[in-house]
Design a protein around this ligand. Structure first.
Ligand code: HEM
Length: 456
């Protein structure tokens, strides 16, 4: 027998509105405060919807892993993202998601991504070649461009020269996707997409930009066909282009477009944010930054970093894990919504309850992370990691919807950080008011201005 949903603790509700205390302030404060006050399972109402915030690692495991099929992504939220992404991996569900994920997975296997290491390093080197001592740069934007070029090259074999045409537009499109979706997520009702409102026009323009980029990448690949046969570069694009279903049919054009747009968007900005936050934190902790410079110099001895160096750069890995803890770029997983009543932690969860799981909330829980607000990379000892309950730390989510680019991103962040630390001292300008902006991703707002110094 499960316990009634209503017996889960939660904040008081006003008629119609619901938990009015959540209407002011930011979710980055409100959600952890709920957990502090009511425990690791919190129930609340808001504007007629029923919510369950889950912060217990074992119950997160129950939802994301054991009962993943009972907790698909919430339809309303997915529908908003689909206006940009279509039915790519992030928004797809059920059998179609499993099939598409299986098709894309080989591009992210350990052996395959090892082959991307050189590209990651050389792209970071080439892109930063023009940086000069004394100049001030918006590092957030630089890192966004580097990570975009890397995704395009490694997964679609589209090189930097070609992508340079689109890099600014994609930056604008990225922001538009997030700002438009944020408005739509919070909207009472959704205006029809055909209405010529400014909001809808911006959305259409954004989709146009994304489509044009994908068309350019596909046209380039088509132009490389020999006697009508497309080359097989062994990259993700080749895998998708050569995939055949049971009837021997290729993936339809719309599905292909949706997968490519999804990978483009999911695959660069998250990593760029994580690295920007890392430099921001290093700027606030010059002693840790100096130790990291030392580690990189001692291990690399002036050589370019390679994959084989990473196990010998333990502080680099700890700094990245700690930055991902303090500022998880995916601060909130997609809302889950059971279509049928089910249970979590022994409580009934009625159908259509919106289930919230937030890496931001998890990563600030004192029992798992003593002094949760402090930047303490040294906490990441093997012993600490072994004792940490699974799903207390989940920057990449978990279960069948875990980030497909998890290992790709971890490798990329370490290689890019090592490459840039080896060549530069990047010091954030003092007195910058940088705040985490919780849209779909957690961006450092309004960017990070750094002073550049080339290392001797
Ligand atoms: C620091 C970098 C990254 C972070 C923090 C991150 C985080 C996440 C998280 C938390 C999810 C799961 C969302 C959920 O369950 O609601 C996810 C899904 C996904 N990520 Fe990442 N990601 C990163 C980098 C990447 C990269 C580099 C790629 C591709 C090159 C990528 C592609 C995807 C895709 C396609 C999905 C959907 C997977 C599915 O549902 O099957 N991500 N990511």
């Amino acid at each position: 027998m499960s316990l009634p949903f209503e017996s889960i603790p939660g904040p008081p509700s006003l008629p119609w509105i619901g938990a009015h205390t959540l209407l002011s302030g930011t979710p980055l404060d409100n959600l952890p405060a709920l957990v502090d006050r009511y425990g690791e399972l919190v129930r609340f109402q808001l504007w007629g919807s029923r919510f369950l915030l889950v912060a217990s690692p074992s119950q997160i495991h129950e939802i994301l892993v054991e009962k993943a099929a009972e907790f698909p992504k919430a339809h309303q939220e997915t529908a908003i993202l689909e206006r940009f992404l279509g039915r790519g991996l992030l928004t797809n569900e059920g059998a179609s998601h499993r099939r598409q994920r299986k098709l894309a997975q080989p591009a992210f296997h350990a052996r395959r991504i090892q082959g991307y290491a050189e590209t990651m390093v050389s792209y970071a080197q080439n892109t930063s070649e023009c940086w000069r001592t004394g100049e001030v740069r918006n590092l957030a934007e630089d890192l966004r461009q580097i990570t975009l070029y890397i995704v395009a090259k490694t997964l679609f074999n589209a090189d930097r020269e070609m992508m340079a045409e689109f890099v600014d537009e994609i930056g604008g499109a990225m922001l538009a996707v997030q700002e438009i979706s944020d408005i739509d997520f919070g909207a009472w009702l959704s205006w029809p997409a055909w209405l010529p409102t400014q909001h809808n026009r911006r959305r259409r323009q954004t989709v146009k930009t994304l489509d044009a980029t994908i068309e350019r990448v596909l046209a380039e690949r088509q132009s490389q066909a020999v006697n009508g046969v497309l080359p097989d570069f062994g990259d993700l694009l080749s895998m998708l282009l050569h995939a055949r279903d049971e009837e021997g049919e290729p993936m339809d054009k719309q599905q292909l477009r949706d997968e490519l747009v999804t990978i483009f968007l999911a695959g660069h900005e998250t990593t760029a944010h994580a690295l920007t936050w890392t430099f921001y934190l290093l700027g606030q902790h010059p002693k840790i930054a100096a130790e990291l410079h030392d580690e990189v110099d001692t291990v690399l001895q002036g050589r370019s970093p390679t994959l084989d160096d990473l196990p010998r750069l333990p502080s680099l890995a700890s700094v990245i894990k700690e930055a991902l803890r303090l500022h998880p770029p995916a601060w909130m997983l997609s809302t889950r919504e059971p279509p049928l009543a089910t249970t979590v932690g022994g409580y009934t969860v009625p159908a259509q309850t919106k289930v919230l799981i937030s890496p931001w909330v998890q990563h600030h829980l004192e029992p798992y992370f003593p002094h949760p607000k402090r930047f303490l990379p040294a906490r990441w000892t093997p012993d600490f990691e072994e004792r940490l309950p699974r799903y207390a730390y989940l920057p990449f989510g978990g279960g069948p919807r875990i980030c497909i680019g998890n290992s790709f991103a971890m490798m990329e962040m370490q290689l890019l950080l090592a490459t840039l630390l080896q060549r530069f001292v990047l010091t954030p300008l003092p007195d910058q008011a940088i705040t985490p902006r919780p849209l779909i991703t957690l961006s450092p707002h309004p960017g990070l201005q750094v002073h550049v110094q080339i290392r001797a």
